[in-house]
Write a protein that binds this ligand. Structure first.
Ligand code: G6P
Ligand code: ZN
Length: 545
């Protein structure tokens, strides 16, 4: 192996967002673009030299090439052991699990999560720290700072590694490249949390599930766990083969992009349980018989209320957390169970610190992510296994479990309206203008509702005291309604304005209404408060989630 030192110069746009560096594929295909960012990781995280690095991605277009480059750069930068998923595949939760199991110094995940793939799609790279979670803001800031001053990177030349074959290669330098089965360690971890015998009895009893892997990374995980280990009939996992362009699917498990699954649930087959995960396997969607979708904000609340039904959580939870824009359904469960509840900024890294400190055991977000102390990422397949455990223990359908939950705690009607690809300046101006008016809003009425409080969310991490500011503008109303405004940190084109609408309804007689109807006054108020149409020219969101 020969180490080359290649001269380069900085790219101005390598600031990691909510979830690493995410860009269109052609951006990553520019000479030196990936290499600059990877070298900046090695420079900002010196523990990797002499340490262990876990590497894998969701198999999207550019994954295989990027894996080869990163292995060569890791060797050139003195990483002692590189553990890479076979053919470059590892789900995000699996990377987190393997970092922790191996005591690695970190991991690199190649994914743009739920964004489309292919030559015109998106690609992404994210560094996870030795706790298995997305790097803390201090680390991502240091990586970004390095990208601004980089002048050269190191890369090994003349390597012939068979990354498609499981096995270990020891180089002359003593460095090791280990290619592992992407699924084995993850399944072993799941077996410590869930009663596989009980789940297997359920899935062999005639109960029929459908898991949509959306042609992305969870296909092999789903097949191994649901079909091979738990005995669900072959075909229970659909779209099970990871493809570089996801077969043209948009691997975002929401009602729009998982329409095939929802149609199957509503169809003649009379399926009992439906679920889907995203490109890299950290998000989840749960669907009941007939096609009823469980809102992610409800899902995390229901999981918290019932987690004790699975062996891994039988002793109860230490505390729970949600991101600020996630509905307050989880708060009601926390109150009912007398558990501490933390409200964090959007982004899984903020949960990591609470999980590390043992302050929470379960957490989740409105953006279809739920997870627990077992790893430091959200986990799609884990959420499905926990839901199945609850269904098995309660002997009720998803629909009945949700209805029971609302009867007990009330329903938080919820919707997120996204306005995508707004001009960045227009979006920033809209937020700045609203920020400037927050103090004047209390007492004013919009769409028949009166503002009782308005502020900008800022977070002080209770563990390390670090402060993260400007994490969303929130407005509370006299009818137990709330609107939150935020700009997405994961978009790749222009700006995405997210408007989160929610309203609490305690009366069970009013739990079967259409969220769009219940929340319409909030949507109107949001538009009026922000001068949305005047500023953006938009009158309708591009996505309703
Ligand atoms: C990723 C992160 C989540 C976040 C979501 C939406 O999936 O892991 O923590 O909630 O993106 O983030 P955004 O900044 O686009 O609202
Ligand atoms: Zn994801």
């Amino acid at each position: 192996m020969r180490v080359l030192r290649i001269e380069t110069s900085p790219f101005p746009d390598q600031e990691p967002g909510t979830s690493g560096l995410r860009k269109a594929v052609p951006v990553f295909q520019q000479p030196h673009y990936l290499e600059n960012f990877v070298q900046s990781i090695f420079d900002a995280v010196p523990e990797l030299r002499g340490g262990t690095l876990i590497l894998g991605g969701d198999g999207r277009f550019h994954n295989a090439e990027a894996v080869r480059v990163i292995v060569a750069m890791a060797l050139a930068n003195g990483v002692a052991r590189i553990v890479v998923g076979q053919s470059g595949l590892l789900s995000t939760p699996a990377v987190s699990a393997i970092i922790r199991k191996r005591g690695a110094q970190g991991g690199i995940v190649l994914s743009a999560s739920h964004n489309p793939g292919g030559p015109d799609g998106d690609f992404g790279i994210k560094f996870n720290a030795d706790n298995g979670g997305p790097a803390a803001p201090a680390v991502t800031t240091a990586i970004f700072a390095r990208t601004r001053e980089i002048t050269a990177y190191q890369i090994a030349d003349g390597l012939e590694l068979a990354l498609g074959t499981i096995g270990m290669t020891t180089l002359g330098s003593g460095q090791v490249v280990e290619v592992i089965d992407p699924v084995t360690d993850y399944v072993a971890l799941m077996q410590t949390l869930f009663d596989f015998d009980r789940l297997s009895a359920l899935l062999r009893s005639g109960f029929r599930m459908r898991f949509d892997a959306m042609n992305a990374v969870t296909g092999p995980y789903g097949r191994r766990i649901f079909e091979e280990r738990l005995g669900a009939p072959a075909g229970s996992v659909m779209n099970a083969v990871p493809l570089p362009d996801f077969g043209g699917l948009h691997p975002d498990p929401n009602p729009v992009y998982a329409a095939e699954l929802i149609a199957a649930m509503a169809g003649a087959e009379k399926l009992d349980f439906g679920a889907a995960s995203d490109g890299d396997g950290d998000r989840n969607l749960i669907v009941g018989p007939g096609g009823q979708v469980v809102a992610p904000s409800d899902s995390v609340a229901i999981l918290a209320a019932n987690a004790h039904l699975a062996p891994g959580y039988a002793a109860g939870l230490k505390g729970v957390a949600r991101s600020m824009p996630t509905s307050r359904a989880l708060d009601r469960v926390a109150k009912g169970l007398n558990l501490p509840l933390y409200e964090t900024p959007t982004g899984w890294k903020f949960f990591g610190s609470l999980l590390d400190a043992g302050m929470i055991s379960l957490c989740g977000e409105e953006s279809a992510g739920t997870g627990s102390s077992h790893i430091r990422e959200k986990d799609g397949v884990w959420a499905v296994l926990l839901w199945l455990s609850i269904v098995a223990a309660r002997k009720q359908s998803v629909t009945e479990i949700v209805a029971d939950h609302w009867r007990r705690y009330g329903r938080d009607y919820y919707q997120r309206h996204d306005y995508e690809e707004i001009d960045s300046k227009v979006a920033n101006d809209l937020v700045a203008a609203l920020r400037g008016r927050l103090a004047t809003l209390p007492g004013q009425s919009f769409a028949g509702m009166t503002v009782t409080a308005a502020d900008e969310f800022s977070y002080t991490d209770p563990v390390d005291g670090s402060v993260t500011e400007r994490q969303g503008l929130r407005i509370l109303f006299d009818n137990d309604a709330r609107i939150v405004f935020r700009l997405s940190g994961t978009g790749t084109k222009g700006a995405t304005l997210r408007i989160y609408l929610e309203r609490f309804e305690p009366d069970p007689a009013r739990h079967g209404l259409d969220p769009a109807v219940v929340l319409e006054p909030l949507a109107k108020a949001a538009a009026a408060i922000t001068e949305l149409a005047e500023r953006t020219g938009r009158t309708e969101p591009t996505v309703v989630a």
